[in-house]
Design a protein around this ligand. Sequence first.
Ligand SMILES: Nc1ncnc2c1ncn2[C@@H]1O[C@H](COP(=O)(O)OP(=O)(O)OP(=O)(O)O)[C@@H](O)[C@H]1O
Length: 378
Amino acid sequence: MLTVESLKKSYDDTSGRSAKRKSDQGTRVYAVGGVDFEVHEGELFTLLGPSGCGKTTTLRAVAGLERPTEGRVTLGGTVLFDSDHGVNVHANRRGLGMVFQSYAIWPHLSVFKNVSFPLEVMPRAKRPGRKEIEDRVGQALEVTELGAYSSRPATKLSGGQQQRLALARALVTRPDLMLLDEPLSNLDAKLRESMRFELKRLQRELNLTAIYVTHDQSEALVMSNRIAVMNKGRIEQIGKPREIYTKPATRFVAEFIGTSNFMEAKVVSVTGDEVAVDTAQGRLLARGVEAPPAAGDTVLISVRPECVDLSRERRGDVPNEWAGTVLTRAFMGDVVDHIVGVGDLEIRNRSNPNLSIAPGTEVYFSVPPDKVTLVPVD
Ligand SMILES: Nc1ncnc2c1ncn2[C@@H]1O[C@H](COP(=O)(O)OP(=O)(O)OP(=O)(O)O)[C@@H](O)[C@H]1O
């Protein structure tokens, strides 16, 4: 549905020293350094990454609010931007719906008028008749569960309701693609969590195609069909939430999404998709490795804390079983974390809160081989 190819956006570097060099060398900084992705119909596609990684710039380039330095953007077969051929369709003519962090409802208008406004300002030739405007606004308010507030001044809505109003206003034009830039970040934590599910339900029910921008990894995991993890203006990995979490392609992805135990290791042997590695603390077996490395390669091992099985007794019949000592334990209500020391290494385990082992206790822990992830060394 949407294709973004080799998208780049650079700015003049106005920071200190490099600004001086700019005059003779033309220094540019890349906010987006060449990204490629596709968004399929009916999909919620998330751009996820830390502050400053270029996600908003990418979204604004798709919206037509930012002119890319290079690249091509195509929506349903129509070229919206193409640097090689000088194509740049105006933002108003791209047929997109947008919801931003500051959802900017019009305070002097009623809920109904806020939603009808985008239809009323359409060029005369495209503008729907009065009856159709009423029907479409009614529908948009219905799906966002604001029907009962139609005549209320927009300022007399709660934060969550105002957020839904911003969504209704974007939906009413029936856009081919919705662009959502951190739309929940102004809400308090509890409301933000329930709105995740609301938004996801709406997107699914209306079969909306959407690009969602967030720096919040749990929001991305809950809501997305697919996620593109961005770092320093580039995409490090694109995949389904489960793939991104269980098979991080780079150290950055493994560190940014969730928590992980990392160990440097050397590959000892490779048999099909089974890889044995040596770490400073001992040998580990990894199974189900896609694109296995070669013997002798250096790799990074990543193991999620919930994949570390902790026990007071040695089991003996399981692979990857090591002995260690509990250093700390942290109870967090729904889970408990134990930090286990093995030589210089600290391994984090996450368990059901029924397990509680005092610091200083000798323990055994093991990792199922299919939970040992090999990450290429950067
Ligand atoms: N107009 C501009 N001039 C110069 N640099 C800019 C401009 N706009 C953005 N940048 C820089 O480009 C980089 C990417 O910015 P962008 O807003 O896309 O990041 P982001 O990932 O959306 O971050 P955040 O989550 O903080 O909004 C940043 O380093 C930013 O400082």
